[in-house]
Design a binder for this molecule. Structure first.
Ligand SMILES: [Zn+2]
Length: 264
């Protein structure tokens, strides 16, 4: 006879399993039998039913509500540095790769994931970066852009419900995109003025991506915000050309500073 465990217990067990712990260790930590953990992992008919019950909550296909601002930000991160992969039994994980140079962004990413979807978020240290991860059966509902191959090799268009959210929260979307594939740089230029050398700072925002679709999503949001931008193609042989979007006018940079700012 199988006990139906609370969702939190199953979630925690799958999370620990995903971290690489054995069934026995996971069972001991969660206070369940190793057999139960094995069932959740392997997905017998019973445990699949249990899992369906566990994950009926979904902000897109289920009864949940979607936090639009957090979603808009996370969508920007996902389009830049995100990836959806399969674990087992229809459970997927969302991974966002965050550079270790910016610990604040790692925390903001983790916070956005749990605001969008109430799942356990964990951090896996990688070479020079941290993989922020969360498991769910519904990541493909939340980000229907998933698919085989690199993002720059397939169409990246938003579903109507996603466009609505981005149009309502373009600042969060732009912030997410710049936090993943963008940066704020400052060029220091020395100029001779009235016989004296003076330094001038020219801050600008740069965004680089090899998917024209993703660039179009960014520039569409910038247009909506009335922020002027320019773009150029940067050849990167043997790889695909990158498109660089630059926001450089003083007023535009000031506007971007009000909701993006430097990485931290
Ligand atoms: Zn769903």
């Amino acid at each position: 006879m199988h006990v139906m465990y609370p969702r939190e217990v199953v979630d925690e067990a799958l999370r620990l399993t995903f971290l690489g712990l054995t069934d026995e260790v996971v069972a001991a930590r969660c206070g369940v039998s190793a057999q139960a953990v094995r069932h959740w992992r392997h997905g017998t008919r019973r445990s699949r039913r249990a899992e369906e019950g566990r994950t009926a909550y979904c902000p897109v296909c289920g009864t949940g509500t979607l936090d639009p601002r957090a979603y808009s930000y996370l969508l920007g991160l996902y389009l830049g540095d995100g990836y959806i992969g399969a674990i087992r039994n229809g459970v997927d994980y969302l991974s966002v790769f965050c550079c270790d140079t910016w610990p604040g962004l790692i925390e903001e990413c983790a916070a956005a994931i749990s605001q969008v979807f109430p799942v356990g978020v964990f951090r896996v240290p990688r070479q020079g970066c941290t993989e922020v991860k969360a498991a769910s059966k519904h990541w493909r509902c939340v980000f229907p852009q998933h698919g085989r191959g690199a993002k720059n090799e397939r169409r990246m268009t938003l579903r109507p419900w996603q466009s609505e959210i981005v149009d309502a929260h373009p600042e969060a979307f732009v912030r997410g995109l710049f936090h993943s594939d963008g940066c704020r740089v400052s060029n220091r230029v020395r100029k001779r003025v009235g016989g004296r050398w003076k330094y001038y700072e020219y801050p600008r925002y740069l965004f680089s991506n090899t998917s024209q679709d993703i660039v179009d999503l960014l520039t569409g949001a910038l247009d909506l915000l009335g922020i002027p931008w320019r773009s150029r193609v940067e050849p990167k042989p043997p790889h695909r050309d990158a498109v660089i979007v630059s926001v450089a006018r003083r007023a535009a940079v000031a506007r971007m500073d009000s909701f993006v700012g430097p990485k931290y």
